[in-house]
Design a protein around this ligand. Structure first.
Ligand code: ZN
Ligand code: ZN
Length: 133
């Protein structure tokens, strides 16, 4: 579906997070698509317990953007590949645990945050949308 627009002002706006083409007026104004906006909102809401919430939220969103986190067959359980790629961690949203150092020590880490963001935006998308509005 390619539509050529002749108006010089009509430019293709893309999501600043994932690079997808934005279609709705609201998304273009915001600069992010609905899923990325919901993830950002979730990241901000969930990272408040961290010592550095902004860094934690950014890290978690990066993990998702890198597709370094995958759902396992077990409900609420995710496998996260570490940034250097030679190690992976098991993150459990329901138990609130992660096998990485920070997760084991503090019970919170960017992996667990990423997994929670995915859970929330996948299962309660409408709620998050309402929250983001
Ligand atoms: Zn996006
Ligand atoms: Zn972790």
């Amino acid at each position: 579906m390619t539509k050529t627009q002749n108006t010089p002002a009509a430019q293709t706006a893309t999501c600043t997070e994932c690079g997808r083409i934005l279609r709705s007026e609201a998304s273009i104004t915001r600069g992010t698509g609905p899923v990325c906006a919901a993830r950002k909102t979730a990241a901000t809401a969930l990272s408040t317990a961290f010592k550095d919430p902004e860094t934690a939220a950014t890290k978690a969103l990066q993990v998702i953007a890198d597709k370094a986190i995958v759902r396992t067959r077990t409900q609420g359980q995710y496998l996260v590949v570490a940034s250097h790629g030679d190690q992976s961690y098991l993150t459990d949203v329901e138990e609130g645990s992660c096998t990485c150092k920070a997760g084991a020590r503090h019970g919170r880490c960017s992996h667990l945050l990423a997994a929670n963001i995915i859970e929330i935006t996948a299962t309660r998308r409408t709620a998050i949308y309402a929250l983001a509005a």
